[in-house]
Design a protein. Structure first.
Length: 269
């Protein structure tokens, strides 16, 4: 992993948490996970750049993520969760700190999936003007709706956590058609969150699916660790390198370099 990253690699999906920050009710209570912790851990593996994704537990309050971007002094990028009424000045401020995308979460108990069409259409022209993308945490059943929304605009879609395609569930013809439509329209795929997809370390149950889906997104695939792995107890986190192993198995060295270094520079850099 260190050799592939070469000291300039990207981890395109991490979260930071402040134990003192207010959280959404009815969801998990995160432990303190500051930027310095993941910078040190990722740096040990040759990863210099992080994409800080707003976690669902903070809703639309991006304060913790934005403060971490300030601390990163331009090294990292962010993906925010926005209220429909977010002002242009707020968007400009986020952009200056490194935010490059907006997340829609259709999976978590406190996700932002209500009035999704209206919310998307209200934000799309504004974030398109900034060159941002929309990152979707979704399941295959959602792909047709996502494809329909993106068919009417030029905003890039990024499909989170292997597009939600788990290790066991067959993909319907409708879902496959929608995914192909998204891919043909320039969408990106994020390789992350294996343990959210009915797989267990070493996650080899997903190898065939990873290869199948990534084949639809040539030169538009990135990897993320999903640190600090909120599906696990705080004292039982997966080893950082272990969540890279499926990529190392499925792709050759040149493809691995593309996934960790070249593609993220295009999408985030």
């Amino acid at each position: 992993m260190r050799e592939v990253a070469g000291g300039v690699g990207w981890d395109s999906h991490v979260h930071v948490f402040d134990a003192q920050a207010p959280v959404m009710p009815g969801h998990y209570r995160p432990v303190h996970r500051p930027l310095a912790d993941i910078e040190q851990l990722a740096g040990h593996h040759g990863v210099a750049h992080l994409v800080l994704v707003q976690p669902s537990v903070y809703g639309c309050d991006n304060t913790v993520m934005l403060e971490a971007l300030r601390q990163g002094d331009g090294r990292h990028r962010g993906v925010a969760v926005l209220e429909p009424g977010t002002t242009d000045a707020q968007l400009a401020s986020m952009h200056s700190l490194g935010v490059r995308g907006v997340r829609f979460n259709l999976v978590s108990p406190v996700g932002n999936d209500r009035d999704i069409g209206a919310h998307f259409r209200a934000l799309a022209p504004r974030i398109q003007a900034l060159g941002w993308h929309v990152q979707w945490y979704a399941r295959p059943a959602h792909w047709p709706r996502i494809a329909d929304l993106h068919a009417g605009c030029q905003v890039t879609a990024v499909l989170d956590h292997l597009a939600g395609a788990d290790a066991n569930t067959p993909l319907s013809g409708e879902s496959r058609q929608a995914l192909a439509q998204l891919a043909q329209g320039g969408a990106w795929l994020k390789l992350s969150g294996w343990y959210r997809l009915a797989a267990h370390a070493p996650y080899d149950a997903l190898d065939a699916r990873i290869g199948e889906l990534a084949g639809l997104f040539p030169a538009r695939t990135v990897w993320g660790s999903d640190w600090p792995h909120t599906s696990f107890a705080p004292d039982a986190l997966p080893d950082y390198a272990s969540v890279w192993e499926p990529v190392a198995r499925v792709f050759d060295t040149a493809q691995q370099v593309e996934i960790m270094r070249i593609c993220p520079e295009v999408l985030y850099g």
